[in-house]
Write a protein that binds this ligand. Sequence first.
Ligand SMILES: Cc1cc2nc3c(=O)[nH]c(=O)nc-3n(C[C@H](O)[C@H](O)[C@H](O)COP(=O)(O)O)c2cc1C
Ligand SMILES: [Fe+2]
Ligand SMILES: [Fe+2]
Length: 413
Amino acid sequence: MKLTFELRPGIDQVGYVDYNVRDFHSYDTRLGATYNAYLVRDEKVALIDTVKAPFAEQLKRNVAALVALDSVDYLVCLHAEMDHSGALPEMVRACPNAVVVCNAKCREALAGFYDVSDWKFQIVNSNETLSLGKRSLTFVNVPMVHWPESTVCYMPEEKILFSNDAFGQHIATSNRFDDECDLPKLLEEAKSYYANIVAPYGRQTLKVLDVVGTLELELIAPAHGVIWRSHIKEILDEYPKWASGQYAPKVLVIYDTMWQSTELMAEEIYAGAVEFGQTLAKENPNEPRLDVHLMHARKTTLTRMAAEALDAAAIAFGSATLNANLMPRMAAVLAYFQGLKFREKTALAFGSFGWGVGGPEAIHKTLETLKYPVLDLSPLKAKQRPDATTLDACRNAGAALAKAAWERYLGDK
Ligand SMILES: Cc1cc2nc3c(=O)[nH]c(=O)nc-3n(C[C@H](O)[C@H](O)[C@H](O)COP(=O)(O)O)c2cc1C
Ligand SMILES: [Fe+2]
Ligand SMILES: [Fe+2]
């Protein structure tokens, strides 16, 4: 297949829409993904980014449909990660006159993946401009958003920001612009992308947003998903909230269970939080409703849990006791959240046990490591099936989490 999309005369999206990917280095890409590459045909011809290696042939066909491969002057690499550089070795082979344009760290990273000994490089520093004729690209290094070499580039003549991973969304669609898609769905996917990929680097992202805020923008062309054109304001309004970890009035109850005792506790915590939310709604009719999610950790993807956790203000983590420890899926959740470095949440550890310490204690310890403020009654435990007293305590804990979430939300407003 060959398929290209025009952004502007002489500027085309020539990457690949991947409807079939469901696991993108453990990100659950339930809606597929895209690897966007942009071809600029001016006095000089530049290809900005490539695609994953298996789609190199499609990329080559797309480029060749628009321009002779030996007339490509520049292969711009904004990020060495293989979803954008995978087809670069093939493009270097296919475009004999092309120079790879990237920053010094990117060259180093590319050399760690590929044999670059016969590649021609042109190293560009931050704020350096590459003229393509009538148009030009100004490079801005955005270290750790989300790799050390990450770069964006701005084309002032067209007011286009090629933002690579920033502002991306994992979504496969035949439509290429934001106004051709459902906006809430796009923002949800952009948020999930942020939560799962960029979240550890909120501080660095805020710095980049300061720079982006000074640019005149007509298009933001990311390396994943659709191009922002009509809703630039909306995505630029959301990003600082995500990057600063702004709290939503939201409580999550995430748990794993073998024989449903921990589940009974989780349900009661959930009910306590929902009930508290109903009271809040009556008292605050003009505020958003408290949002409470009950998430069985083995029936919910890590991607989805992280997307919801990004702006949650309180989280209860529960696990049954398995071999004097927590259940493995809950260990995975905690390890994943720990790496994503979410802003602190008011938290509770809970769970059931048979005869000794394990699940709830292990969670509680991790919450302390994460420096999450925990409710006084954490870890909340039940010996086998929770009795009425324990279920009452769970209900109260749910209400306490809801109250804390509400206060955090109001504090951030
Ligand atoms: C494979 C397995 C291993 C277990 N290991 C422990 C243990 O090391 N310590 C303990 O106190 N209970 C242990 N238990 C008992 C459970 O923690 C107990 O039955 C608890 O009520 C289960 O909660 P759940 O109904 O939420 O799964 C184990 C149970 C199973 C099935
Ligand atoms: Fe990346
Ligand atoms: Fe990427």
